[in-house]
Design a protein around this ligand. Structure first.
Ligand SMILES: Nc1ncnc2c1ncn2[C@@H]1O[C@H](COP(=O)(O)OP(=O)(O)OP(=O)(O)O)[C@@H](O)[C@H]1O
Ligand SMILES: [Mg+2]
Length: 257
């Protein structure tokens, strides 16, 4: 099986001593739709930061499309695109320029980048906002702009850190449809989300991370098979099966009162 991303024993200890990743191994097959799920502070954004070269790891190794990141960082980095959790964008720039200029970082000439950017903006439903300043977009529109920007250099592996946070239902659905067309074309997607029903419907593989450690990973069916009726707490809101498995694996044990 060819792997788009192969992470071995990844570790990250931040300067203040926070152990954000404690030996994470993760294999993402090519063309997969892979969901990395975990509670707040589990280490998801840290993992994506490392895999996209924005954060330095403190241990372990990883390969992108077979390329060892430490040996060939630039070559590896060119293969990935990322939509960060915290939007980083020139808010005074125009939508079309933001996408085209991103191509500049990868040495893509404007004549190539411009039609590509137009097509990407159409795909994410922003073609009528092409000359609008980013600061005048709504939050969900800004996130869609980030997706278009992340794709300008046609990456093989796309990291989406909560791409649908704050995106309305209709647009979210069309975004998922669009992301599925990308995977159909062979792009590999790794995303994080707190909307587990969406992940349950869309992802082929899932990993659940808690406190910097992978607590479960496998195909969606394998993860759902871990659902244990006996562990159910039969009170209050009941979520999807994936939600219940997620909670069973990540919930803090109840403290005796
Ligand atoms: N720059 C930093 N310096 C120190 N600690 C950090 C830094 N960034 C993140 N952390 C810590 O690392 C841990 C993992 O954070 P991370 O942002 O990776 O979590 P996450 O899974 O993305 O959470 P969320 O679902 O809230 O986005 C947390 O304990 C967090 O406080
Ligand atoms: Mg995060």
């Amino acid at each position: 099986m060819e792997l788009a991303l192969d992470i071995q024993n990844l570790q990250k200890k931040y300067a203040d001593g926070t152990p954000a990743l404690q030996g994470v191994s993760l294999q993402v097959p090519k063309g997969d739709f892979y969901a990395l799920l975990g509670p707040n502070g589990a280490g998801k954004t840290t993992l994506i930061g490392i895999a996209t070269g924005l954060v330095n790891k403190t241990g372990g190794s990883f390969k992108i499309d077979g390329i060892d990141f430490d040996a060939h960082p630039e070559k590896a980095r060119r293969k990935v695109g990322v939509v960060p959790q915290n939007l980083n964008v020139d808010f005074f720039g125009k939508v079309i320029d933001i996408v085209v200029n991103q191509g500049g970082y990868y040495g893509i000439p404007r004549s190539v980048a411009l039609p590509r950017a137009e097509a990407l903006l159409t795909a994410v439903g922003l073609s009528d906002k092409r000359t609008t300043q980013a600061r005048q977009l709504s939050g969900g529109m800004q996130r869609r702009l980030m997706i278009a920007r992340a794709l300008i250099h046609e990456p093989d592996l796309l990291f989406l850190d909560e791409p649908t946070a704050g995106v309305d239902i209709e647009m979210r659905r069309s975004m998922w449809d669009y992301l599925k067309t990308l995977t159909a074309r062979g792009v590999t997607i790794l995303l994080t989300t707190h909307y587990l029903e969406e992940a349950e419907q869309l992802a082929k593989h899932v990993a659940i991370i808690n406190k910097g450690t992978i607590v479960a990973d496998g195909t969606m069916d394998e993860i759902l098979a871990r659902y244990d009726e006996a562990q159910q707490q039969h009170k209050g809101y009941r979520g999807s099966r994936l939600e219940e498995v997620f909670l069973q694996l990540t919930r803090e044990p109840e403290k005796p009162s």
